[in-house]
Design a protein around this ligand. Structure first.
Ligand code: FES
Ligand code: FES
Length: 156
């Protein structure tokens, strides 16, 4: 099997695997990153989103070979209970989740947006989250939470 190297949450990572395997299968099955969720498996729901470089991508239909030598960030690399990312704090403050299944993907889309655009408008947030499905109907609270996190990050 070919060896593919990429940086996962800032850590150099080598994996021997079929290069056409989906990034999601490698993350969840081989690397223990269970934050990205399997939803549709077809690039349409965003539950599996991770950040590659500066952009959110659906890991279920991203082949492993395509992330060689790139930076991949999963929700595990965004923040944790001891040191939450401002987005995670804001989602809790706005009670912007119900079942939570979609949320790790949504947080990664939002984090990629704030990386590229630290002061988005409400419309820009909605556009950035447009491809993430939430069956629980929490979208409006999520938009509020992203704007709240952006304000908090701008205030330092
Ligand atoms: S599981 Fe990847 S987009 Fe739905
Ligand atoms: S919070 Fe349940 S699917 Fe989004």
């Amino acid at each position: 099997m070919p060896n593919i190297r990429f940086r996962l949450n800032g850590v150099e990572t080598d994996i021997d695997a079929d290069p056409d395997t989906s990034l999601l299968a490698i993350l969840r099955g081989r690397l223990g990153m269970t934050g990205p969720h399997f939803g549709c498996g077809a690039g349409e729901c965003g539950a599996c989103n991770v950040i590659v470089g500066d952009h959110a991508m659906t890991a279920c239909d991203t082949p492993l070979w395509s992330v060689a030598n790139k930076d991949v960030t999963t929700i595990e690399g965004l923040g944790n209970a001891q040191s939450p990312h401002p987005l995670q704090r804001a989602f809790i403050a706005e009670q912007a989740l119900q079942c939570g299944y979609c949320v790790s993907g949504i947080l990664m889309s939002a984090a990629a947006l704030l990386k590229r655009n630290p002061s988005p408008t409400s419309r820009e947030v909605k556009e950035a989250l447009d491809r993430n499905l939430c069956r629980c109907g929490s979208q409006n609270r999520m938009v509020r939470a992203v704007l709240r996190a952006a304000e908090e990050m701008a205030a330092g």
